[in-house]
Design a protein. Sequence first.
Length: 128
Amino acid sequence: MKKSYNNGVEATLGVISGKWKPQLLCHLGNRPQRTCNLRQKIPTISQKVLTQQLRELESDGVIVRHIYGDRAPFKVVYALTDLGRSLGQILVQMSLWGEQRASEVPDMEIRNGHSGFNQILKQTPEAL
């Protein structure tokens, strides 16, 4: 079924919105990650939700899943695609906006900066 959006912003948010997807993209922006590494970096996400979010990002073409090994247990590694890396500037700008907003609101804080998103901008397909 064809997805229909009112504008490009809505289409973009359809891919990156949610509580976990920006965090996942930030961590994957630093380097390709195994599922267990992502769980360690985001301990409050359940395995079910992590798997669901990764599948959605993969379905949208933002990340790719690599499976290594001849038999179980397989090593599964997730990495950004070129399309995922193309989100880097958007994610950095959104993060900077949020950081600025948080600095103006007394009861708001940002626990992590935008370094993972900056890493996306530094990556080239050949470097991965």
